[in-house]
Design a protein around this ligand. Structure first.
Ligand code: MN
Length: 438
């Protein structure tokens, strides 16, 4: 699992990569970008690898003979406007591409890419980054137990979790068509809402617009319908991770959700970060799944695997920040609302895959899972504003002196994530970032 591509001492001839807080040589995440039109004859979206402040153009690298064998097959599959074909190839092709991309971008030895750097590298800040796959299906889980508990406490303080929570990785089918890339603005939705103290519902702009800090799980190759993925093999269907903001209209959601769950309170939009941080890049940050508290049931056998329990969780630090219009005008940095960690998930990602397919449902290459909101155990880690504001009943103060309960028009929500471990290069996910438009 850990190999020479993780060696913290390795440097890149791409100078900005060395010590880069997000994309050093050891990361090599994949995404889809449009290069700046002037520098490339055909500026269609294509796959790329982030390296420092630059993006390696996989289509041009392939055309100029930088890849061979399985890595060339993988680069070809990643050269189009989505990464679905690349994901469908599976883990062997992905690993081959990582190995050769690492060699091409490393300063050890000869690199076929270095003399072609002017052609192959684009400045990332000049490019537009797209949603990396054509998402056919988006499933949003509820695996952040602190968030589930905080939400449930408002309904029933004595029994915040529903009886199924510790047996079933709870989820709902969310909307794939409205998942957008970072920096695409999010329109405040209109909808039908009725607050508990109102006699009748009304229709109008959402009054409780919220975000949810979630891990994005990119899935593939997937399974045939009727053939579940057993827990032992579930990890092979996780391509990599990112960040997703599951924007939530709480007033619409609270009125519509009984008895079938979230619908228009969620489907107006979701934002994903552009880079797929591959499961190979994340190997140094694997940890044991935290032991369940005494008295919690052991998962049923189809969701239990010793190896998965030993190394199927990840230690990834998460942050949620807000940048208001006033902060932008006054040149202030964003306000950090919360910090949490992916170890706050009650289920491993392999358990989500095994559960999702246990009835025979087929997952498709390029599908997206949201983990559920990842909140830490205390207020400083609460990953949504419904938690921070106790469903709008108390306001909190930002570093600019402004106050908030829920999001206002012009607010920008920024998520960040980093893997850090002694002896290894720190890697980042790149931001998941979007602004609310009224
Ligand atoms: Mn969610």
């Amino acid at each position: 699992m850990i190999d020479e591509t993780h060696d913290a001492k390795r440097q890149s001839w791409v100078a900005s990569a060395n010590g880069h807080p997000e994309f050093p040589l050891q990361n090599l995440p994949l995404g889809v970008f449009s290069p700046p039109g002037r520098s490339v004859p055909n500026a269609q979206p294509r796959g790329g690898i982030a390296i420092g402040d630059m993006i390696l153009d996989l289509r041009l690298a392939l055309e100029l003979g930088c890849f061979e064998g399985a890595a060339a097959t993988a680069a070809e599959a990643a050269s189009g406007h989505t990464l679905n074909d690349f994901i469908a190839l599976g883990s062997g092709a992905r690993r081959a591409l990582r190995q050769q991309a690492c060699a091409l971008l490393s300063s050890d030895g000869e690199s076929k890419a270095k003399p072609l750097a002017d052609k192959l590298l684009h400045r990332a800040s000049d490019c537009w980054l797209h949603v990396p796959t054509k998402i056919e299906n988006f499933t949003d889980f509820f695996a952040g137990i602190n968030h589930a508990t905080n939400g449930g406490r408002r309904r029933d303080p004595a029994n915040p979790l529903t009886p199924n929570y510790k047996y079933v990785p709870v989820a709902y089918h969310s909307r794939a068509s409205s998942v957008r890339e970072s920096h695409a603005t999010v329109q405040r939705p209109q909808g039908q809402r009725k607050l508990p103290d109102e006699a009748a519902p009304t229709f109008g702009p959402c009054r409780k617009l919220d975000y949810e800090l979630e891990l994005a799980v990119w899935v593939g190759p997937g399974n045939r319908q009727g053939t579940p993925i057993p827990i032992e093999r579930a990890a092979d269907h996780i391509v990599g991770l990112g960040l997703v903001n599951d924007w939530s209209a709480r007033d619409i959601q609270q009125w519509e959700s009984a008895p079938l769950g979230p619908f228009l309170g969620k489907s107006f939009g979701s934002t994903v970060s552009p880079w797929i941080i591959t499961i190979e890049a994340l190997a140094p940050f694997r940890v044991a799944q935290p032991e369940r508290p005494a008295g919690d049931p052991k998962p049923l056998p189809h969701l239990w695997n010793d190896a998965d329990q030993q190394s199927g969780a990840f230690d990834i630090a998460l942050e949620a920040l807000i940048l208001t219009r006033q902060m932008r005008e006054r040149n202030l940095p964003p306000h950090r609302v919360s910090r949490s960690n992916t170890t706050d998930l009650y289920w491993t990602l392999a358990q989500l895959v095994a559960h999702h397919t246990s009835n025979g449902c087929n997952l498709v290459a390029g599908d997206l899972f949201g983990s559920g909101t990842i909140s830490g155990p205390t207020e400083a880690g609460w990953g949504s504003l419904s938690e921070q504001s106790l469903d709008g009943t108390r306001s909190f103060t930002l570093s600019s002196g402004e106050t908030r309960t829920f999001l206002e028009d012009g607010d920008e929500v920024i998520f960040r994530a980093h893997g850090r471990r002694e002896g290894y290069a720190t890697i980042g996910f790149g931001e998941c970032r979007a602004r609310v438009r009224g």
